[in-house]
Design a protein around this ligand. Sequence first.
Ligand code: IPE
Ligand code: IPE
Ligand code: MG
Length: 235
Amino acid sequence: MKVPQHIGIIMDGNGRWANKRGLPRMMGHKAGVEALRRTLIACSDLGVKYLTIYVFSTENWGRPKTEVVALMALMELVRNEITELKKNNVKLTAIGDLDKLPAKSRKAIQQTMDATADSTGINLIMTINYGGRSEIVHAAKELARKAIENPELLESLDEKEFASHLYTAPYPDPELIIRTGGDFRISNFLLWQIAYSEIFVSETLWPDFAKPDLEAAIKDFSKRDRRFGKVKTAK
Ligand code: IPE
Ligand code: IPE
Ligand code: MG
């Protein structure tokens, strides 16, 4: 099985999982945290180097206030995972417009990032208040600011330089994107970075996601013929 070095996951279906059980949506999000724990360990065991997860989109602010508040509170609990993350040699990083988060959540995330900064195992990249479009606008603004100081930048600007201003600059592009919950859409996740990613949609709702689902996605990925716009080389 060819294992991607970078997997992105759109963890969708928490609300439906809870609805099916007659539970409040928040219980689905809580169960989603367990699925994340399992998936992180499974990815680490398989030798995945980067796992980027969609935690909260720029559009998710439009949900009922009670759900937004509860999700922000759930993020604060990341601090309780520090020992476990360190034990598993996980380096946690959060990307997105984090300034808009409540101070308590931001602080807990920052503490966890600092505490795991020296880990050398899998990188867990949480995208929070993240939107692919807003990330691209953010990069364009930074570049525009630099171009005012140094107009030559406009002449030399290429894809590599542009990508170095994205939040994901330190990471290779994901080879595989998994979306759970059965919907065939990207919902503003990593727009630039997925130009040539393979996409796998799993019918499994995120709280039910487990190692066999991950393996099914990777197995499917292994069979894909990735041509990158070229023609298949003759065997
Ligand atoms: C994904 O699950 C988690 C977040 C967006 C935070 P949803 O809450 O979107 O679950 P569904 O899609 O309503 O089932
Ligand atoms: C995508 O799921 C965002 C996250 C998983 C954080 P959504 O539930 O927000 O996306 P849509 O509404 O189905 O496009
Ligand atoms: Mg959803």
